[in-house]
Design a protein around this ligand. Sequence first.
Ligand SMILES: [Fe+2]
Length: 197
Amino acid sequence: MDRYVTGAVIRRLRECKKMTQEELAGKIHVSSKAVSKWETGQGFPDISLLEPLSKALDISVIELLSGEDIRNRNRSSNMAKGRFYVCPVCGNVIQAAGEAVVSCCGITLPPLEPEAADPEHGIRTEIAEDEYYVSVDHPMTREHYISFLAAVSDHGIQLVKLYPEGEAEARFRIDRVQKIYAYCNRHGLFQAKPVHR
Ligand SMILES: [Fe+2]
């Protein structure tokens, strides 16, 4: 956990639910004075209260801790505008269609900011037998390698996990792909547009 719920968040969420301090306090069996103290920064709710508090405010614990209600924002989600998250501890890769609070190995992961492919991370796409053949001319050692390649369209993602000592290459269905991504474990996320047919 790298953040704790703040009074401002409790107040904002309570007011969104049109609850008084007394009403919120009643739901979680604390005094209204306790709620008032949290909201004015004179104390924090005990960790044992996070679950009942988030239930009372009708959000998840992780949303409560992040201070954001992340639901209902992604209705017109377009996968091509999605974000990638990579866990620095276990290497897990998560792709979300929109904004999300993503947590892995106890760390809240920031969304990766893709950069345009640079000369050391040049992403080549060719069309081979009705597929994209994507390759990156990059080391594939244990210390420094491309750990995944992904092709993202407006309606889906194809992701191929790569491993050290392997080849930095993958094949993807052409299927409306708008962007190709390559993730280097040392240098981060790079993107390129695929070649057109
Ligand atoms: Fe690199």
